[in-house]
Ligand binder design. Structure first.
Ligand code: ADP
Ligand code: MG
Ligand code: MG
Length: 868
């Protein structure tokens, strides 16, 4: 088996074998660019190395040495020669780029003799010893794990003794002295002399690069970026070129376009008389690439031509490493450059305009999740560096928030009214906290997962939220938050980053995102290609307006219970719940109806002709009743009843398992008048709009059905009420009545249910909860354990479980359409905004997905990608 490839034998499509760096070095070699000669030891060799107890086996050594001989003849230099020595770099190169995570050794092949050869050949003794001291330090650090600092302190002391400010001011003699001292450090640490045999050096270096695949940094990086541990790294052995030969030489890095903004000008930095990573390491302040134009016009021209040529060749923005050796340009690395999400969009649009890529390719280049960065203000990365990290939770809802800590919604509200910025800190939030959440900058919870109340509601509002920060102990009663031994009290300022889950002490500066014109152009292309409609989950006119601005095709889910919680109406809602008979209940409902009508009216207006799916009341009634003594007393006074009545109601409504209790459609079977009130409000609002010339498309959605007859019972009730409204007003509205599919039974009986439904909308949160038998509010803990132990890849509450729940959805969709060909089918659960799930929904031909307003652009992009 072949384990070593010369650069001439490879190409860019061989990256899984040669690693990204090796594959691109080969590609550039074959493009006839000035790439120093060399060869690549494959990732397969790396994997075998780990199987062979981390030793380089004889055959591999032979193969490497034979390629080395080829390199000697093609360069005309010899390994270890005292006349014209060959020096090489030994460079790591993983399949996916892991910048700075693994190791590279430069100037290998130098020893006490060949350094003299290098000095003679170049007539530059200073350069030769500068290379040697660099090699000893790098080799010691990478291959022998001798701390760099030991060498730095030698370097510093020699510089000080001789009054040298910069490394470049050191003379040849001083560098010789440093080399001698470095060798002593090596001997002291290793109990043997610095290896003089170049072949031994090469074997040790190769081994060290293989091993750097498993250093701590690299492992953590792979984990964070979902890179497979089994890929392994390749090793590139390449003849050296020298940027440290004097003021006519240098080294630099450059991007073919600006990676922060996407601006199409070359962006980069370089240093003269420097080697390797001097630019990045910040030893001296590098110069801006455009000054190279004045300094070395010809070299610059060649550099610019090369980088643009590589960009057209790879059809993407390139990140380039180069070295100038005595006025001659060499290219040492190219790869597709990393970039911010706004740069990603600008570059993609520019590349289409320049005719380099198609719209489809441009769309595939931008990761849907990355554009959420463009929709929220973010913390300034510079300021983050200066801040103290307190802890980390789940990145539940993107955004950046700073403010004073408050532990209750009420106090938060008061503080906000006084103009303070607040961050609500709780163990977990509940529907009662909605108002507090609305005024808060952000929400931090210690319990609960990505679909906990706090997370879902925050995402819906586009509000920053960090959830499930389990190291943070929240003592709500004493209003203190503890992390290890640190304590934070009411009024202390913290900052939370909903895109990373990080929690910081004090206020971190923010920077505003700018939505450039290219973003709009890009999203227009997205809409041309996508088939799936993208609707939004929104309960307020502001959210509805926002959703339409973000390109939503209407509202796919309006949760009417959130309208019940607002201050002045919760009393009437509670009165309705406490009512002992239908007459009292209707009296209370009569008080609620004006509010609801007004809400719906405003929503219709904001939607201005877009479709509006309204879900009728879903949660169990006990959620609306106060539970602490003080609130109970207040309510009793306000309603002028005995406290005991409320206590009795609480006992009456208590359920062991409310999620499977008297909620949704069950509630409507018992108390049809509640849904009647809601549909009356909807239709009266619709008629009012129609009279004002606003077109309306209400779609009434009944939650949690299990059965055709059950749905039909409630449907008849509400249609009767609707017809009454039409008669009273001598006016009609086109409307639909459909149901959420959230129970396994409903998916099985879809064929029957579809006969009485105009649409289905999958509520994947409840459907997942009921199919798995996992409570969505409590399962966070053990789901994490499942993920850690490799049983689950992701939480089924975040990304649809295609195998199980997806199977039910597919079957339900097919059976529903078979019995009702006109049925509209969509999704309105959390997974409606998840790119991976959207791909599946597109594949099984659903009509729409609905997600929070701030995810609408993400979902649009994901839907377009699913079509490509
Ligand atoms: P990393 O992956 O960490 O960037 P590299 O293998 O790319 O590591 O090398 C580190 C630095 O050394 C880079 O600046 C690179 O350009 C430089 N370098 C690598 N090989 C050579 C070589 N053969 N001649 C000159 N410089 C080199
Ligand atoms: Mg590099
Ligand atoms: Mg539900």
């Amino acid at each position: 088996k072949k384990y070593v490839y010369s650069f001439k034998e490879g190409n860019k499509d061989m990256r899984s074998l040669l690693g990204g760096k090796g594959a691109n070095l080969a590609e550039m070699t074959n493009l006839n660019l000035n790439v120093p000669n060399g060869f690549t030891v494959t990732t397969e060799a790396c994997n075998r190395f780990y199987e062979e107890n981390e030793e380089i086996w004889q055959d591999l050594e032979n193969e490497i040495i034979s390629h080395l001989h080829e390199l000697e003849s093609s360069t005309g230099k010899q390994f270890g020669s005292t006349e014209n020595p060959l020096l090489v770099s030994v460079r790591s190169g993983a399949v996916q780029s892991m910048p700075g995570m693994m190791d590279t050794i430069l100037n290998l092949g130098l020893n006490d003799k060949s350094v003299i050869g290098l000095a003679n050949k170049s007539s530059n003794e200073r350069f030769a010893y500068d290379s040697y001291r660099r090699f000893i330090q790098m080799f010691s650090d990478v291959a022998m794990e001798i701390p760099k600092a030991y060498f730095d302190s030698v370097l510093d002391s020699v510089k000080e003794e001789n009054n040298r400010d910069k490394d470049t001011e050191l003379t040849a003699d001083e560098l010789k002295e440093i080399v001698e001292k470095y060798k002593k450090v090596y001997k002291r640490e290793m109990n043997e002399d610095f290896p003089q045999d170049p072949i031994t050096q090469l074997k040790l270096a190769t081994k060290a690069v293989f091993k750097s695949w498993n250093n701590q940094r690299a492992k953590i990086y792979r984990k964070l970026n979902n890179i497979d541990d089994k890929l392994g790294t390749a090793v590139n052995i390449q003849s050296m070129v020298f940027g440290n030969m004097g003021e006519n030489s240098g080294t630099g890095v450059a991007f073919s376009r600006n990676p922060a903004t996407g601006d199409s000008n070359v962006f980069g930095e370089y240093l003269m008389n420097a080697q390797g990573e001097d630019v990045v390491a910040g030893i001296r302040t590098p110069k801006e690439i455009h000054t190279l134009k004045e300094q070395m016009p010809e070299v610059y021209k060649e550099f610019e031509d090369t980088i643009k040529r590589l960009e057209s060749h790879y059809k993407d923005m390139q990140d380039l490493e180069f070295t100038i050796e005595e006025g001659k340009l060499f290219i040492l690395q190219t790869r597709n450059g990393k970039r911010t999400s706004s740069a990603a969009i600008n570059i993609a649009v520019d590349l289409v305009n320049e005719g380099l890529i198609s719209k489809e390719e441009a769309i595939m280049r931008v990761s849907p999740d990355s554009i959420s960065q463009l929709l929220h203000p973010n913390f300034d990365p510079e300021d983050i560096k200066k801040s103290t990290l307190i802890s980390k939770g789940l990145a539940a809802s993107p955004g950046a928030a700073s403010g004073k800590i408050y532990f209750t919604s009420e106090k938060a509200k008061l503080a906000a009214q006084n103009g303070e910025k607040v961050v609500i800190v709780r163990q977990e939030t509940s529907p009662e906290d909605i108002e507090g959440m609305i005024i808060a900058e952000g929400i931090l919870t210690s319990r609960g997962g990505m679909t906990s109340h706090a997370a879902v509601v925050a995402r819906g509002m586009g509000k920053c939220c960090v959830a499930g920060a389990s190291e943070v102990k929240v003592d709500e009663e004493n209003e203190v938050m503890r992390v290890d031994s640190r304590e934070y009290h009411t009024g202390d300022i913290i900052s939370i980053d909903g895109s990373t889950g990080e929690i910081f002490e004090g206020e971190v500066k923010k920077i505003n995102p700018t939505l450039s014109g290219n973003f709009e152009i890009f999203m227009k292309w997205v809409d041309e290609i996508k088939r799936l409609k993208i609707k939004a989950n929104a309960d307020t006119p502001q959210d509805a307006t926002q959703a339409i601005e973000f390109g939503a095709d209407g509202i796919g889910l309006c949760r009417t219970e959130h309208m019940f919680f607002k201050e002045n109406r919760i009393i009437a809602v509670r009165e309705m719940i406490i009512a002992k008979n239908i007459i009292d209940r209707k009296k209370a409902l009569d008080k609620i109806i004006p509010f609801q009508r007004d809400d719906f009216y405003k929503m219709f207006k904001a939607l201005n002709g877009h479709s509006f799916t309204i879900r009728l009341l879903d949660p169990p009634l006990h959620e609306f009743i106060p539970h602490n003594e003080e609130d109970i007393k207040k309510l009793a006074e306000e309603l002028n009843i005995d406290k005991k009545v409320i206590h009795d109601t609480i006992i009456e409504l208590a359920e062991v398992n409310p999620m499977l209790g008297h909620r949704g459609l069950r509630l409507a079977v018992t108390y049809p008048e509640i849904y009647r009130m809601q549909v009356r409000a909807i239709m009266e609002a619709a008629i009012k709009c129609k009279k004002e010339g606003i077109s309306v498309h209400p779609e009434i959605m009944i939650p949690l059905s299990i059965d055709r007859d059950e749905l039909n019972f409630v449907k008849k009730e509400i249609m009767e009420e609707i017809n009454m409204v039409f008669e009273e007003n001598s006016e009609k509205i086109d409307y639909k009545v459909g149901t959420m599919i959230e129970t396994p039974r409903a998916t099985i009986l879809a064929g029957e249910i579809a006969k009485v439904a105009d649409f289905f909308s999958y509520g994947t949160n409840d459907l997942t909860q009921m199919t798995y038998g996992f409570s969505r509010d409590d399962s966070g803990k053990f789901i994490n354990e499942y993920i850690r132990k490799g049983i689950f890849e992701k939480s089924p509450f975040e990304t649809l479980d295609i195998k199980g729940i997806g199977y039910l959805i597919k079957m339900c969709t097919e059976n529903g359409r078979a019995s009702n060909p006109n049925i509209q089918i969509g999704v309105c659960g959390e997974t409606g905004g998840d790119p991976q799930s959207i791909k599946f929904y597109n594949e099984i031909n659903l009509d729409y997905v609905s997600c929070s307003p701030y995810r609408v652009p993400i979902a649009r992009l994901a839907a377009a990608q699913a079509e490509i």
